[in-house]
Design a protein around this ligand. Structure first.
Ligand code: FES
Length: 165
């Protein structure tokens, strides 16, 4: 009887220490996981890429022009009829930054020579689809682009154009 009780006490203590060890490890893993998540989580500052970006007043974008908005990593393409497209600068082939060439009136990707027109449509090269769009709105006379929600598309469609009132 005495031996049995002694054995039980020893086992209970071992179990308790095992649980304590397990809980400590779980806590350590949880803290490490939270710290890693915080470290690698993309930091989105208000007004910069990944959030709503004020591109400028409507008057800053003349008809039939393409303007680069660096803080949004996008182009505002103002069409002849006043419509607006906010085009992501990222090539839809492998993600290179696509510069606008005023002389040719086209976007020319320097990586593998994809060509896009001012609506973002593919004119040549390996790009599989048009440049992605961002939603645009007009707030207090300023064009606001939601760079947190890019829109992929298979082709250009006039319904994609934002027409400021
Ligand atoms: S990344 Fe633009 S064509 Fe390949």
């Amino acid at each position: 009887m005495v031996t049995s009780v002694g054995t039980n006490k020893k086992l209970n203590r071992r179990d308790f220490l095992g649980w304590l060890w397990g809980l400590s490890l779980a806590g350590l893993f949880a803290e490490t996981g939270v710290a890693l998540f915080q470290f690698f989580k993309p930091r989105v500052e208000s007004g910069s890429f990944g959030s709503e970006v004020v591109a400028g007043t409507l008057e800053e974008f003349g008809l039939n022009t393409v303007s680069y908005v660096q803080k949004g990593r996008l182009y505002i393409s103002r069409l002849e009829d006043g419509g607006v497209l906010a085009l992501w600068q990222r090539c839809t082939h492998l993600g290179c930054t696509v510069p606008w060439r005023e002389a040719s009136g086209e976007f020319n990707c320097p990586c593998h020579s994809s060509i896009f027109n001012r609506q973002g449509e593919v004119l040549g090269g390996p790009a599989p689809r048009p440049l992605d769009l961002f939603p645009v709105s007009l707030k207090e006379g300023k064009l606001v682009v939601d760079t947190g929600h890019p829109i992929m598309r298979d082709a250009f469609d006039p319904s994609q154009v934002f027409h400021p009132g």
